[in-house]
Structure formats: structure tokens, C-alpha cells
Write a protein that binds this ligand. Structure first.
Ligand code: AVJ
Length: 325
């Protein structure tokens, strides 16, 4: 008899397998950046966040640490109790500034981090109440929208939903709008969204962030091939793929590709073969950049009113507060 955890792991793996095969049989070939974050990928992203070129995390951290009072004031609104929900909380480094300030202000709120990683949720449930005495934490492990529904049904307190780190950028513009509309559907008028959006800026600055000299971004991308080798029993020769980062200042699309350096055939799961032509590309990730105006339009089209803009000192990153109309 298999236990439930094994069955869950198998289902997840089945999804991973299906997505990889579909993506690599597609034209053009593509893989999903949501699979970047296995244990090695998590570590590489940590490394990336502390390298010189990758600016988004530091910019948003500056906003959270320097403009905490203003942010908290907007979120506390009329002083009524609320649920502070964070989609993809990670280790909650940025939100911790806000949480501590809200506690000092004696705000009446629950913190509900949502993450698809069971590990992260257990970690947050255990550590946050110790680090921040008095904080009421209920971590929710699962799909964002399933868990938003759960949160909506669990209490009729007003909701503040945080989606930080420019994670919205990992969707093409139309999908990002759909995503914001979907969030709106799970909220009531007056509820708020605090969203982190990376802004268009000097193209060299953007490109350098996704093409760091130390080659961390390159390893971050190639690691997905390693992960497919490990978890789906494949035989990618990592040395036969190059990292090709691009940024188009006109559209704001920052895209990463892997390029096959020779004709080659890869076998996945011992049976499925995928052929790569020399110079063929695999589309790996988009990190979309917006203007402030485009961010405002997205808010409006999704059924929100922009209430506040918070910028870092370089005006490279925006944390916007939206109110459900
Ligand atoms: C975590 C999705 C915000 O797109 O900037 C960093 C991931 N990819 N370098 C981003 C990433 C390459 C990052 N996000």
C-alpha cells in the first residue's frame, strides 16, 4: 500500500512529466519557469538575490524597510480587523517588516501565507510566532486560488492580498491581467491588493540582472535540465546548451532561452525522445517589466482602483496598493 504522501508526490511528478513532454514536443519548445524551484533552484535564487546585478529584491526590500509606516497606514485603512494574505510567501523576509510594524501599531489582523511548498508553510507556521510574539499565523499549503477561496470562506474580515517580488512578471501581460481578475473574483469591494511590479528602466540594467557575470542565472536555467535528468530519468547533456537572455525595451518582455549547441537527441523516462537541432531554442522564462501607467491600467481592467504607489529611491520597482472596486 502506498501512503498518501507518495501518492501526492507521484501526482506532482506526473504533472511535471506531462508539462515537460508537452513543452519539449511543442513548437517552439518551451519549459515552465515554475519548475525552477527545486532545492538546488531555491539555493541558486538565494545566490542570485545577493549578486550585484539582480536588483528587484533589494529594491523591494528597501520599500518594505524604509516606507513601512506609510504602507501599514494604507493597509490598516479604517482600523477594522483584516486578514493579511500573502501569495507565495517564501521565507517572508520582506513582509516581516510590515508584520512587525502592524504588531507595534496593535493592528487586529491574521497573517495567512499561502505557498505551494509544504516545507515553506510548516517553516512559517513554526518560526514566525517565535520571531514575532503575538502574531497570529495560519499558513495555507496549496494552490493560490483554492486557498484564497478557503480564506474567503473562513472569515468575513476584510482581506489584504500581497503578491510581491514581481512574481506577476513571470506571466505574459494577458495572463497577468487574467490572474489579477481572478484575484478580484475572490475579493469583495474595499478589499486590497499589495502587488510588487518591476518597472521598465535602462535596458542594460534589466538585461544585466538576467545575465549576471557570475553565471548564476545561467546555472538557474540549466538547473531545470538537471532536475529533469534527476526526477524524470532523462539524459540531457547540460554542456550542450547555452543560456540566452534577452530584453526588449519596447514591450518590456525580458525572456530567457536555452540554445542547443548541436544536433542532439535527449531521452526522457527511458522511452520518450526529443530531438534538438543545432541552434534551436527552448523558451524558459519571461520576467515582464511594466511602466507605472501600464500597472495602473492593469489594476483598472481587473476591477481595482489604484490607492497608492510606493517606489524605491531609484524608481526601479513599484509596490502598488489597489482597492477592489
Ligand atoms: C522570482 C520570478 C521574480 O523573474 O526576476 C530571477 C526569477 N529569474 N532571475 C524574476 C528570476 C531569473 C524572478 N522572480
Amino acid at each position: 500500500m502506498k501512503n498518501i504522501e507518495n501518492q501526492v508526490a507521484e501526482t506532482v511528478n506526473q504533472q511535471f512529466y506531462t508539462d515537460v513532454i508537452t513543452g519539449l514536443r511543442g513548437n517552439p519548445k518551451h519549459l515552465s519557469s515554475k519548475y525552477f524551484y527545486d532545492a538546488v533552484g531555491d539555493k541558486l535564487f538565494q545566490e542570485l538575490m545577493s549578486c550585484n546585478e539582480y536588483y528587484p529584491t533589494n529594491c523591494e526590500l528597501e520599500i518594505f524597510s524604509q516606507q513601512t509606516a506609510e504602507m501599514a497606514k494604507a493597509i490598516m485603512s479604517d482600523g477594522s480587523p483584516f486578514d493579511l494574505i500573502e501569495l507565495g510567501a517564501g521565507d517572508a523576509t520582506k513582509s516581516s517588516y510590515l508584520l512587525k510594524h502592524l504588531l507595534q501599531q496593535k493592528a487586529d489582523f491574521n497573517y495567512l501565507p499561502i505557498d505551494i511548498s509544504d516545507n515553506i508553510i510548516s517553516y512559517l507556521n513554526m518560526t514566525l510566532p517565535v520571531l514575532m510574539p503575538g502574531l497570529k499565523v495560519t499558513g495555507l499549503n496549496g494552490d493560490y486560488f483554492d486557498m484564497l477561496k478557503t480564506a474567503h470562506q473562513a472569515s468575513d474580515r476584510r482581506k489584504v492580498v500581497m503578491f510581491l517580488g514581481s512574481n506577476i512578471g513571470n506571466m505574459p501581460v494577458e495572463d497577468a491581467l487574467d490572474f489579477c481578475r481572478e484575484i478580484r473574483k475572490h475579493l469583495s469591494p474595499g478589499d486590497q491588493v499589495l502587488i510588487g511590479i518591476d518597472l521598465k528602466k535602462n535596458p542594460q540594467t534589466v538585461l544585466a540582472a538576467y545575465n549576471d557575470k557570475g553565471g548564476i542565472t545561467k546555472r538557474f536555467n540549466l538547473n531545470l535540465l538537471e532536475r529533469i535528468n534527476k526526477e524524470l530519468n532523462a539524459d540531457f547533456d547540460i554542456s550542450a546548451f547555452e543560456h540566452y537572455p534577452t530584453y526588449d525595451p519596447e514591450t518590456g518582455a525580458c525572456k530567457s532561452f536555452l540554445i542547443s549547441t548541436r544536433d542532439q537527441t535527449v531521452t526522457i523516462n527511458g522511452a520518450d525522445t526529443v530531438r534538438f537541432k543545432k541552434d534551436e531554442y527552448v523558451y524558459m522564462e519571461i520576467s515582464q517589466k511594466y511602466t507605472v501607467e501600464q500597472a495602473d491600467v492593469m489594476a483598472k481592467s481587473a476591477g481595482f482602483k489604484t490607492a497608492k504607489h510606493l517606489f524605491d529611491s531609484k524608481d526601479w520597482f513599484l509596490d502598488a496598493i489597489w482597492i477592489a472596486a
